[in-house]
Design a protein around this ligand. Structure first.
Ligand code: S3P
Length: 173
């Protein structure tokens, strides 16, 4: 049986792995739209992510992610960069797993590179955890990213190399 044609691409991976940069470059190459799940939620809530975590809590944020997932599940010709915890939740995955035309790409980048990029950020998980605790979250999540993704791509070099590798692994019209 031939490989299914991809109509939407989800990028997943740990904070700082380059989902947004690679996603934007990929959307540009494909002439597709680009969306970022954090941006969707921030727009809907009228608040930035750290403020949502602070005022409404993480459970509320995860619910907002599940709602964002059902909104994007049927969109076509779109590249979606997801928050690092997006595919950790069953409801969110379920909303997206119905359709074979969704390619989920795991951007596999080592912890030290991710940590270097995020260590001074205001991301709630970074602010609220020691580097050692973050490494544990990284190790735990890496297994899940690998399991829920349809394709894995390294992102330790140039953005354009990751984009080329993704384009080699999927079928688009
Ligand atoms: C989170 C990652 C963030 C954002 C929120 C929670 C996580 O997105 O969704 O701070 O749980 O890993 P990025 O991966 O884009 O930084």
């Amino acid at each position: 049986m031939g490989q299914c044609v991809t109509q939407r691409i989800l990028l997943c991976g740990f904070m700082g792995c380059g989902k947004t940069s690679v996603g934007q470059a990929l959307a540009f190459r494909l002439k597709w739209d680009f969306l970022d799940t954090d941006a969707i939620i921030e727009k809907k809530e009228g608040m930035l992510i750290p403020q949502i975590f602070l005022e409404k809590g993480e459970t509320y944020f995860r619910q907002a992610e599940a709602e964002a997932a059902s909104q994007i599940a049927r969109r076509k010709n779109i590249v979606i960069s997801t928050g690092g915890g997006f595919l950790m939740h069953k409801k969110t995955c379920e909303a997206l797993s119905q359709d074979e035309s969704t390619s989920v790409i795991f951007l596999d980048c080592d912890f030290d590179t991710c940590y270097f990029r995020i260590k001074n950020s205001s991301r709630p998980l970074v602010v609220g955890n020691t580097p050692e605790a973050l490494k544990e979250i990284f190790d735990h999540r890496s297994i899940i990213y690998r399991n829920v993704s349809t394709t894995q791509v390294g992102n330790s070099g140039l953005i354009s190399e990751a984009v080329d590798e993704i384009l080699k692994k999927i079928v688009v019209l």
